[in-house]
Design a binder for this molecule. Sequence first.
Ligand code: SF4
Length: 481
Amino acid sequence: MGAGGDLRSPPEWGLERTLATLLGETPGLASMTDHRRGDLPGEGVAITGVGHGSLGERLGLLPGDRIVAMNGQPVRDLLDVQFHGAAEELELVVARGDGEEWELSVAKDAGVGLGLELQPMEIQTCDNHCVFCFVYQNPRGQRSSLYVKDEDYRFSFLHGHYITLSNLTEEEYRRIIEQRLSPLYVSVHATDPGLRAYLLRGKHMAPVVPQLQRLIRGGITLHTQIVLCPGINDGDHLRRTVADLAELHPGVRSVAVVPVGLTDHRKGLPVLQRADEAYARRFLVDIEALQDACLGRLGSRFVFAADEWFVLAGSPIPPAADYEGYPQIADGVGSMALFREELRVALAHSHPRPGRFCFFTGKLFGPTLAAHVAAVAESSVGWQGRVVYLENRFFGAGITVAGLLSGADVRRGLAQCQSGEIPVIPDVMLAEDRNTFLDSLTVAQLRREIHPGLTVVAAGAEGLLSAGDGHAACHAAHCSL
Ligand code: SF4
């Protein structure tokens, strides 16, 4: 299932990771020729936009055209366009709406983009029925995108989504290796084949270790994840899984262990236990022992506990250095240490715009954020803030991260806003449009109905300090404060 977040390890492919945009420069264009071919079926990838002054524009490409082949290879999606488009010599086959196809020959500098926007990729889905799958735990009647069981190696490469490898075809294995789609993010959960099959409840579960080995032999780096279900894949199973993955280091670069997330909507699903404080404390002792062993043997802690474990156990968040460059930040592992570090640096260099702010977050990050807000207030003239931790009534009180709060949860919180305060939410609560909540309520609606000053900031320390800037923009457009 996909993992949220924007930060992840830099791509090893050497090309920019963009989902639907391939904007590039034109100066590298050396020459081009074209001639018309006969009528052929319109396959390939549709162009949805052509950058002004781009190489694509100079080639005469238009929105609606389809790139059918590049350098003799059929084009399946935008990753193919990125891969083949990096070459200095390009042979393009382009289809126009009337069914005609054109061949274009281009000589350009390597890495110069075509400057095109392409149709987004349709996400592939899984055949698994994992005992902890969030899709089955969603409240009913929400928008359809909440029920998509995504399992797509392309989105794993582009966005750090976790995949189980259970739906990967031979052709896809070959493509991953040929196009160096690295790193990939793999949900392992357990290396014991029987236990993994029980957890994933998939139809055709091949043992995961040989699958990982095959990718590693092909030059692919892997970051892995274990969703820990107390009493099922913990204890000796966890130790075996980490030991098996450590055998694959450095091909397997890291392991994140996250606690299973259970909502109030698990009717008819397997009974799973939630980790409590005592469990989290024991777990952290185990993880520390595993980290020490890995550090001695591999030169890396290798296995990293999600932030939730520290909050649950009431233990301090480890120092930034312990996260070794945050290889699992896309999974939220180390985000609290990173926030603390970024805030320290940002406060030393910036003076946040004064104002009175009310920050909304989930119960998980609430106390930590409150401490940070107090520190900012102490060091910044005219800057005041307080934090309201919102209970998640959309999924249930057991879900405590900010990113899974709904618009209705925020709406309740806005009622607690005091006169003169600017309410602030992080953008992780919203879809990519920075407007729509999980339950389809929108920021625009809440501004209209409840508080015109509702401000959205980027998640992270810079976002916290920019709360006053956001309000200035909002003030100009809507705000009556
Ligand atoms: S069933 Fe499993 S693999 Fe599929 S989306 Fe759900 S958690 Fe992910």
